[in-house]
Design a protein around this ligand. Sequence first.
Ligand code: F6R
Length: 249
Amino acid sequence: MKILIANHYEELCKLSANIIKEHVQAKKDAVLGLATGSTPVGLYKQLISDYQAGEIDFSKVTTFNLDEYAGLSPSHPQSYNHFMHEHLFQHINMQPDHIHIPQGDNPQLEAECMVYEDLIRQAGGIDVQILGIGANGHIGFNEPRSDFEDRTRIVKLSESTIQANARFFGGDPVLVPRLAISMGIKTIMEFSKQIVLLASGEEKADAIQKMAEGPVTTDVPASILQKHNHVTVIADQKAAQKLKKASYL
Ligand code: F6R
């Protein structure tokens, strides 16, 4: 696991955008795995400005998002589908049929999960997967004690994640869906050729320390990344403040 400590959030965004940009420049039909949440918003802004500057072409790129709330239609303002269009897709030249996000309002949710997993397999896996991390160590919506063998499936959100995500629902946790579809840990580990995990802010400091330096345990789902052979963690100083090994700095 390579750990890069950025001086501030803007640098984190620039470093992660550069990884994606260089990858897409070298492989025009790259498959990218994307995340939602606050952390990657600046990365997406940077990619939009790189696109506007003519430095990156998304016309042949395929994307797969990590997760989506169950029960929300793609057009629902709090759906991850809506989020991705607002923060990235509507500003760049992605082909709509190259964009994949689980359909949260599919009445056949289990079938949706299986089809999604198959689509990633058929695409040949994911070249670069962007991950955020929950304060409880989750990746995607794989909450603590998720099985490391899990594939894309329906998951129950933990209480702490419901509270953390209430800010996207006008601050009201009651409005946060209780279920979601998420790529499983096995899906992420097996299908991602390269993983870039982003973390910003001191509320992520414990999770980053446990992920990188603690035991590999389902109590901290992200700790499994210690067993992946190509992971780059990009953390700002606040998120990195509890790391013990000075060699990262
Ligand atoms: C979102 C996702 C989540 C977030 C995590 C951190 O697609 O998969 O694991 O990455 O909850 O969210 P933020 O960035 O809002 O702190």
